[in-house]
Write a protein that binds this ligand. Structure first.
Ligand SMILES: C[S@@+](CC[C@H](N)C(=O)[O-])C[C@H]1O[C@@H](n2cnc3c(N)ncnc32)[C@H](O)[C@@H]1O
Length: 212
């Protein structure tokens, strides 16, 4: 069980805690992106950030972009936070909680330009399917924070999961497949990406753009 102080939304040292029990009615407690970052720079969000290798690398490389990482496991959030502190990454903000809960209960600004999900857990067993993050509640939850032209990039090593992501996204006509067949050369490498590449696994990349 989470310690008591993590049962309520809180904002401390660049980490916003999203408790499971708080939903729609708590929207007001999330500060605006301007309040968080102190500027109006573009906002990019990575869900399922893990230990934050990819996120920290990109935030350091792109200081004129405001980066948000969403991660549900506290030990991993702590690792992202250490990277933020050690490298003074002021353009990086961390959400500790489930991506779906954050989308349902907190942000209301339709300004996020890019969404990334790198190596989400594929949960291959059918009885665990509800744990997969790319599902209707998540995809619909992206609408209030995104705008026309926002892109969603999903990268996975799991071929069946890649197919499922394409199928899930097809159910949502406001998002169109926009993958060109190649990832940007400077995309960056996450911890799991390096692990899977070392195992010579094929990496499946997808991109979708919001068209409505
Ligand atoms: C396989 S790891 C990938 C981590 C990182 N993106 C990488 O590529 O190294 C998946 C991560 O997603 C997190 N995660 C899974 N479901 C989540 C959810 N619904 N909301 C937030 N984080 C989630 C897990 O805790 C885990 O750290």
């Amino acid at each position: 069980m989470r310690p008591k102080h993590l049962l309520e939304p809180s904002l401390k040292e660049g980490i916003f805690v999203v408790p499971k029990s708080y939903r729609e009615e708590e929207r007001a407690s999330f500060p605006s992106f301007r309040e968080i970052f102190g500027n109006d720079n573009p906002v990019y969000i990575e869900f399922c950030s893990g230990n934050g290798d990819w996120l920290a690398e990109n935030a350091l490389k792109n200081k004129d972009i405001n980066w948000i990482g969403v991660e549900k496991q506290f030990p991993r959030v702590r690792k992202i936070w250490s990277k933020k502190k050690n490298h003074a990454i002021d353009n990086l903000f961390i959400i500790y909680g489930m991506g779906e809960d954050f989308l349902l209960g907190y942000p209301v600004e339709g300004v996020v330009e890019k969404i990334y999900v790198n190596f989400p857990d594929p949960w291959p067993k059918t009885r665990h399917a509800k744990h997969r993050i790319i599902k209707s509640i998540f995809i619909e939850g992206l609408l209030p924070i995104t705008k026309l032209g926002t892109t969603l990039t999903v990268v996975t090593d799991d071929a069946p999961y890649a197919k499922e992501v394409l199928k899930e996204m097809e159910k949502h006509p406001l998002w169109q497949n926009s993958f060109t067949g190649e990832m940007p050369k400077d995309y960056g490498a996450s911890y799991f990406q390096q692990l899977f590449l070392a195992q010579e696994k094929k990496i499946h990349s997808m991109e979708f753009v919001r068209i409505g």
